[in-house]
Design a binder for this molecule. Structure first.
Ligand code: ADP
Length: 435
């Protein structure tokens, strides 16, 4: 009824006007009514024509989209306007049903393909509710039909996962064991899309983990197995060197070279074993007096040699650090030995232990040859030795900084390196102070 309100009001107004004219002039009532009826009919014809035109153009658009060039929409001169309108409505309805069926087909196809994905896919809504998930998510994440609409954090309780979901950092990746399948490791990524919607994808990386474990086991075993033959070899070499009789020059030189290389092999196996332990072993944590530890390291013969005068130890902080003594000893002595090794014989090396608002910091500063920009990102990689010519003259395995990096990761600390060629380097270890 409300659609007719305007028309009724207009008609009533026109009729009132007719009565007004009649009472004023005493005639023209019938003529006025006739005039109103003609105007109203013309208006209706105009509106119906407009409606027919708009329906026709809608149908034409639909047909063009469907590449269907039938002649249904060409006006038939024998049809009344109402028949035309009825036809247009019928065609529009048919096209809509067709479109609806097509959309349903597409949605079904899409659901089937995502359900068959080898990765687990979960659509998270506002406040991390589970809106949708595929079959793999049921298997590896343990999601069930009744979990739809539930908060994901109430379903997967691992603290790393909770932290990861709450932060939702762009590009961040989390590796966790599958909550339901033993021996399966999942790499989880989260991507934002639309408004307050997130796509969580969990990829099974167990085979990568297995390969990594095999590689570690292999290095670990081989380093272990090499130890005994190496000790025997070194023992014989030392005995030969210590024999009273004078060796011919060639033999003496060979013995010297063999001793040097067997020492190098020993350092390599020791460092490889240490790295393997750092990667797999459990670390016992104690409260450590780092200032005292640094004093001990700086007095050790392996560090000192002829460098007694070179080391300047500054201890500005007494705060103990929770960590593993053996690992920290190894990392710090690597940094100090490097600073002494890669700088001129008479130059000073500063070792400073201090704190700022957020960190306990160890700086090892040298005035050596420095590290080039190109080498800086690579020097913590295993076996990477910058400036081959220079490093060949110094003892080393290329594993020292890898060990430092691993130790710091295990202590949730950061290694910062600033260096300039020809000016020296500063290696900083930053340990976050717990609030
Ligand atoms: P290496 O056993 O060769 O010393 P590291 O892993 O300790 O192995 O160091 C890797 C490389 O980084 C070294 O070969 C050296 O080129 C460079 N490097 C490390 N510390 C310093 C330093 N203080 N000054 C200049 N170069 C350094």
């Amino acid at each position: 009824m409300r659609f007719w309100k305007k028309d009724l009001l207009t008609l009533s107004f026109a009729i009132l006007c007719s009565f007004g004219i009649q009472s004023f002039t005493g005639q023209y009532l019938q003529e006025s009514f006739l005039f109103i009826a003609i105007c109203y009919s013309l208006r209706l014809i105009f509106q119906v024509t407009q409606l027919e035109r708009s329906l026709r153009s809608d149908n034409n658009n639909n047909n063009n989209n469907n590449n269907n060039n039938n002649n249904n929409n060409i006006l038939n001169p024998r049809n009344s306007i109402w028949e035309e309108i009825q036809q247009h409505i019928f065609h529009a309805d048919k096209a809509n049903k067709k479109r609806q069926k097509k959309l349903i087909r597409i949605i079904k196809k899409f659901s089937k393909s995502t359900a068959a994905l080898p990765d687990a896919v979960v659509v998270l809504g506002k406040k991390n509710t589970v809106d949708w998930f595929n079959n793999t998510a049921k298997v590896v994440l343990g999601l069930k039909k009744k979990d739809k609409g539930q908060y994901i954090l109430n379903i997967i309780h691992s603290p790393e996962f909770i932290n990861f979901i709450q932060k939702k950092e762009e590009g961040a990746v989390l590796t966790i064991p599958s909550p339901t399948q033993e021996g399966i490791s999942l790499e989880i990524k989260i991507t934002a899309y639309g408004k307050n919607s997130y796509l969580l994808v969990a990829h099974d990386i167990s085979y990568l983990k297995n390969i990594e474990r095999m590689r570690k086991d292999f290095v670990d075993n081989i380093s272990h197995e090499l130890r005994t033959p190496l000790t025997v070899l070194k023992g014989y070499l030392e005995t030969l060197e210590e024999m009273d009789e004078e060796h011919p020059p060639l033999l003496a030189h060979s013995l010297q070279q063999m001793k040097k290389q067997s020492d190098r092999m020993q350092y390599l196996t020791d460092d490889l074993l240490l790295l393997a332990n750092l990667e797999t072993g459990k670390s016992e944590q104690n409260s450590i007096d780092i200032a005292a530890l640094l004093k001990t390291i700086c007095q050790e013969s392996s560090v000192l040699n002829e460098n007694k005068e070179r080391i300047q130890l500054i201890r500005e902080c007494n705060q103990p650090l929770l960590g593993n003594l053996k690992e920290l000893h190894s990392a710090f002595s690597n940094l100090i030995t490097n600073a002494l090794k890669y700088s001129p014989k008479n130059s000073a090396v500063t070792v400073r232990w201090y704190k700022d608002k957020e960190h306990l910091i160890l700086d090892v500063i040298d005035n050596g040859e420095g590290i080039s920009r190109a080498d800086l990102p690579k020097i913590t990689e295993r076996f990477y030795r910058a400036d081959v010519k220079r490093t060949q003259e110094t003892r080393g395995t290329g594993l020292g900084l890898s060990i430092v990096k691993h130790v710091l990761v295990r202590h949730h600390a950061q290694l910062k390196i600033t260096s300039q060629l020809g000016k020296g380097s500063t290696f900083s270890c930053l340990f976050k102070i717990d609030p």
